[in-house]
Design a protein around this ligand. Sequence first.
Ligand code: ZN
Length: 239
Amino acid sequence: MRTAVLSDIHGNLQALQAVLAFCDASGVDDYICLGDVVGYGAGPNACVERVRTLTDCTVAGNHDYAAVGLADLNTFNPLARAAAVWTAGQLTGQNAEYLRERPMVLETADAVFVHAAPYEPEAWHYVFDADDTEVCFAQTDRTFCFLGHSHVAFICVARGQGREMAASSLISDGCRYVINVGSVGQPRDFDPRAAFALWDRSRGEIGIVRVDYDIAGAQRRIVAAGLPPSLAERLAVGR
Ligand code: ZN
């Protein structure tokens, strides 16, 4: 069983298409989406429609909520606010409804899925590094905690009191994992390639995957849509 966990697509259809092509070729069985399907990029409807066909297991992101009037835009910086207002004007009724109905958290027997952090999920705390994962480990007793929001991809493995940062890991009994799956559509960890996590339960492995995509195409669409040009420029540097 191979599950792809995607987050922070941010309306970047070119990045999403490249990730899904990779997943198709690697025999992914199912998908989970950690939110922020929209915001920043020029393809919000196409991205929501693609995600809707992939999975019902999608949690809410702050940009999704902002685009459908469920988040306070005053908490957004001017660039994010401009993108949220533009996105709100683009979304079809059906796509807005899909985003509006997303839950904050999904849980299974061994995993928790959330956009930002499992504690106070509605406060959208950022998880950037190993220190930030401590409250996540403390908040849940699940073996796996999948999250996004900071656009920085990593796996933190807890073995007793020990913590190890990795890009991939074998799944071992007695270990627990916080997996920041990074961002498909707007990476900010200085690697401009699209990021997501591949959770392979048959092989007992979990890893961050990076995929090249048509960055120039995504940039052209952002500029043509009249969105702030800096949202296009940042894609090339991954920050
Ligand atoms: Zn995001």
